[in-house]
Design a protein around this ligand. Structure first.
Ligand code: E4P
Length: 217
């Protein structure tokens, strides 16, 4: 399963990319709005850091505006993927961009029916938001299970990109279900490293080594 960073912060992305475990980046208007500087320049910088797809989202809500923005985003770098919301205009824009050979990530997906539409429109990625579903007492991971099954049943090539991940269990469950990608905030990727037995075990190994090698002859 691929691991994407869900962030527009250059320093955070650089630090995680240096670990060699990052396969791509997703951004959204809220994430990019937090960062200083021109968002287009920031997206170009991110493309230099990560050797994989980088999603940049349109903010237009009509198909003509989405296509204009989508073309601008795609021109920034070969790694760019155009993110459009799951609306009627978004699906129309997805179909047109995909036909032109531009990769599209259909976002703000909250049902299996919506995910079916994204696949039929030729999306490269579909982004179901698991954390936001959990927030309203609906199982986000059950949605992932349904989408993976539907895409497998009909061999849709659209990749299931699990978004709005809030904790490591979302990632482990997504991998168990066969999702293609998880996109996670930097803090959640950091949490993947942690296990108390690793820390305790390492401390003991080092102490034992030090004791054996500090014995005076
Ligand atoms: C996905 O592409 C979105 O940027 C993101 O995962 C949304 O996550 P949130 O629900 O934590 O804002």
């Amino acid at each position: 399963m691929k691991l994407f960073v869900d962030s527009g912060n250059i320093k955070d992305i650089e630090a995680l990319a240096a670990l060699g475990i990052v396969d791509g980046v997703t951004t959204n208007p809220s994430l990019l709005a937090r960062e200083p500087g021109d968002y287009r320049e920031n997206l170009k910088k991110i493309c230099q850091i990560v050797n994989g797809p980088v999603s940049g989202e349109v903010v237009s809500t009509d198909v003509a505006g989405m296509l204009r923005e989508g073309h601008e985003i795609a021109r920034l770098d070969d790694r760019m993927v155009v993110k459009v919301p799951l609306t009627r205009d978004g699906i129309r824009a997805c179909k047109t961009l995909a036909t032109e050979g531009i990769r599209v990530n259909v976002t703000l997906v909250f049902s299996a029916a919506q995910a079916l539409l994204a696949a039929k429109a030729g999306a490269t990625f579909v982004s179901p938001f698991v954390g936001r579903l959990d927030d309203v007492s609906t199982s986000g991971m059950e949605l992932i299970r349904q989408i993976v099954t539907i895409y497998d049943n009909y061999e849709f090539p659209t990749e299931v990109l699990v978004a709005s991940c809030r904790h490591p269990l979302h990632i482990v469950e997504a991998a168990t279900m066969g999702a293609d990608v998880c996109t996670c905030p930097p803090a959640v990727i950091d949490q993947l490293f942690n296990h108390p037995l690793t820390a305790i075990g390492l401390e003991k190994f080092l102490k034992d080594w030090e004791r054996a090698h500090s014995v005076k002859v």
